[in-house]
Design a protein around this ligand. Structure first.
Ligand code: CO
Length: 214
């Protein structure tokens, strides 16, 4: 049986069961979206947020790309962030990395001029900032640590965007969090990095000036 037939069969029974439980479900959903968070995650097939978070249908505004990068020169990333913050007014943004990320591994292994190489240059840039520490680790630990640094860097990229800073300045309630997912045990873990206000972010920037934290 083809995957498309599987999808259509599943979808018919899912829609039917939703309608049976609540006849207004789809008409209410169709009126407007009101997501509770913006999720920036990796495109990896195993890290989709719906299953990991357990939030109900319609709760997550999603952006995914290879290695969960918030590229500050990428219109796609910026448009998603702008819409999520300015129009949908999501109160929370999650950057979710994952151990075993193929994009992070590839960035450590080779470089080149293919689109994916150029995209992953952004990971190599993070690696270079932390090369002294990372080069002292074995290959597996190095990749894990780089996955973590990547989450931190993308949280920073989001916080330093005009979109988020302007939202904070006008008093909008908005928090940015870094999480990492471990595919070996199915657990999401907080990275201990989160910012809730412009003041929060300013303090971190002053501190990271001395520690080179991102
Ligand atoms: Co990945």
């Amino acid at each position: 049986m083809s995957v498309i037939r599987d999808i259509l069969n599943f979808n018919r029974s899912w829609a039917e069961s939703k309608r049976l439980r609540n006849p207004d479900f789809f008409s209410r959903m169709a009126e407007k979206q009101k997501p509770r968070l913006l999720w920036l995650g990796c495109s990896d097939a195993r890290v989709g947020p719906d299953k990991l978070t357990g939030l109900p249908y319609g709760s997550i505004f999603v952006h995914r790309n290879i290695a969960n990068i918030f590229a500050t020169n990428d219109l796609n990333c910026l448009a998603v962030l702008e819409y999520a913050v300015d129009e949908l007014r999501v109160p929370d943004i999650v950057v979710c990395g994952h151990y075993g990320c193929g994009g992070v591994k590839a960035a450590l292994e080779h470089s080149g001029i293919q689109p994916i190489d150029l995209w992953l240059d952004q990971i190599r840039f993070i690696y270079n900032r932390h090369a002294a520490e990372l080069d002292a680790l074995d290959e597996e630990q190095k990749a894990r640590r780089l996955c973590e640094y990547n989450v931190t860097a993308q949280v920073y990229n989001i916080c330093r965007s005009t979109i988020v800073r302007e939202a904070w300045k006008r008093g909008q309630k908005l928090s940015v969090h870094g999480l990492i997912y471990d595919m070996h045990n199915g657990l999401l873990m907080p990275m201990g990095i989160e910012f809730h206000s412009f003041e929060d972010w300013q303090q971190e920037r002053l501190a990271s000036h001395f520690t080179n934290g991102a």
